[in-house]
Design a protein around this ligand. Structure first.
Ligand SMILES: Cc1ncc(COP(=O)(O)O)c(C=O)c1O
Length: 427
């Protein structure tokens, strides 16, 4: 399929599976920025354990388990091994946004504390950032972010807990319960009757007005990106301790829900630095908001409105009209492909995951679930990397579930109801 026919398919909101023609070979290599982000999260772990007592048992590391999905695997007929990277269960922020969001705020707090002499150097005791003196320092500074919900929850939780004045600009897709949760934490929520890109622009403009304001720019943030990328190092450890081999004969296939591109982009970047060509990353986007697919197709990064889509989806975390140009550029040669999913299939998959494995995720986080079956279908139609075809029995599939822990029970009941209906209507 050439670029124009892909755009036509996208414009018709037909689910499609796109294989990236710009994918380049890649060998594992050390990456200074990835390692710096991992080191920062590690030296801040005692601070996080002090700020959030529920992290104490894990020494302040925010991490999620890697789970087997035996029942779902049988149900879907997936060859190889099917696993779930359970970021829906990440503590405190309840989504994949935790690592990136916490990393960016900790970078900023660290810089302020070093300049104020509150920390002497990066070997100092970071628990000083939880002191009254640090809170007084941070209270003089504001943090501003725009969010469809989950990035706001991440920045809001760490920002307000450290004592920053924290403001979250929210797009019209943001769910009420996410706004309320932030307000309960003392975060100021500014509601916009516009989409995500407009909320980002409003947040950016407001932050510029404030000389002590710091804007977390989801469309253009290496600090978020490398924080997300740390997940790759953690996953590498989990795979090794589960005795799972990853090499050219034992490929690792990863399926990650995608909005503006930062979280899946960072994870993909990290995995490719660690595993090179043995890993294949696929992003999952709603049919109404395939922003990163468009951005990878066309370096001018058009918005989904430019091809006649409306960006309306129940997958609030993925409701992004225009991708991050910086992320698209950074991962253009690393991502294997993108597939798009209808809203009804998201609810069906959410329901199936709950019924088969008793795991509760939010609609955005269910976008990767159909990845393994969709890829197997592509390979049997001779699409995608040819060498994968006869290695599927030895493959490890990882579906990345990116959010859900904080969803209130009554909201989840509604998802299940819709998923039950969808699973009867579509197979
Ligand atoms: C649950 C969930 N999954 C995936 C994503 C996608 O992350 P990104 O927008 O960085 O691509 C988001 C974004 O908010 C999200 O909330």
């Amino acid at each position: 399929m050439n670029g124009n026919s892909v755009k036509q398919q996208l414009a018709a909101a037909n689910p499609l599976f796109w294989h990236n023609p710009a994918l380049m070979p890649c060998s594992p290599a050390a990456d200074a920025e990835l390692e710096a982000a991992a080191a920062r999260l590690e030296r801040c772990a005692p601070l996080l354990a002090e700020l959030f007592p529920e992290l104490a048992s894990d020494g302040g590391l925010i991490e999620s388990p890697l789970l087997e999905l035996p029942t779902l695997q049988r149900l879907l007929g997936i060859s190889g091994r099917l696993l779930l990277k359970a970021d829906h269960a990440l503590p405190i922020a309840g989504s994949v946004k935790a690592r990136g969001g916490f990393h960016e705020v900790l970078c900023h707090a660290e810089q302020l504390a070093l300049s104020a002499g509150l920390l002497h150097d990066t070997d100092d005791d970071y628990r000083r950032l939880a002191s009254d003196e640090a809170r007084r320092l941070f209270a003089g500074h504001s943090l501003v972010v725009a969010s469809t919900g989950n990035l706001g929850l991440s920045i809001g939780m760490i920002g307000a807990t450290l004592g920053f004045r924290t403001r979250v600009h929210m797009s019209n897709d943001a769910k009420e319960w996410k706004k309320q949760r932030l307000r309960d934490r003392g975060v100021e929520v500014i509601e916009h009757d516009s989409d995500y890109s407009a909320a980002v622009a409003a947040g950016r403009a407001a932050a510029i007005e404030d000389p002590k304001g710091y804007f977390v720019d989801d469309e253009n943030s290496p600090r978020l990106f490398f924080g997300y990328a740390v997940a790759a190092l953690r996953l590498q450890r989990q795979l090794a301790s589960a005795g799972i081999r990853v090499d050219s004969d034992h490929p690792l296939l990863v399926y990650i829900p995608c909005g503006v591109g930062g979280a899946p982009g960072g994870i993909c970047y990290g995995l490719r630095r660690l595993f090179g060509d043995a890993v294949h990353c696929y992003f999952a986007e709603p049919v109404a908001a395939p922003s990163v697919l468009l951005g990878l197709l066309d370096p001018s990064v058009p918005s989904v409105y430019d091809i006649g889509l409306d960006c309306c989806t129940e997958a609030d975390g993925l409701a992004v009209g225009r991708a991050s140009e910086w992320v698209c550029e950074t991962i253009r040669s690393d991502v294997d492909g993108v597939f798009t999913v209808s809203d009804e299939s998201l609810f069906r998959d959410l329901f199936q995951l709950y019924r088969s494995e008793n795991l509760a995720v939010e609609p955005s986080a269910a976008a990767g679930i159909q990845g393994p079956a969709r890829l197997m279908h592509e390979l049997s139609a001779k699409q995608g990397p040819a060498h994968l075809h006869d290695r599927m029995e030895q493959a490890t599939h990882i579906v990345w579930s990116t959010g859900g822990r904080l969803v209130p029970d009554n909201e989840f009941e509604k998802f299940l109801k819709r998923g039950k209906t969808a699973s009867k209507e579509i197979n």
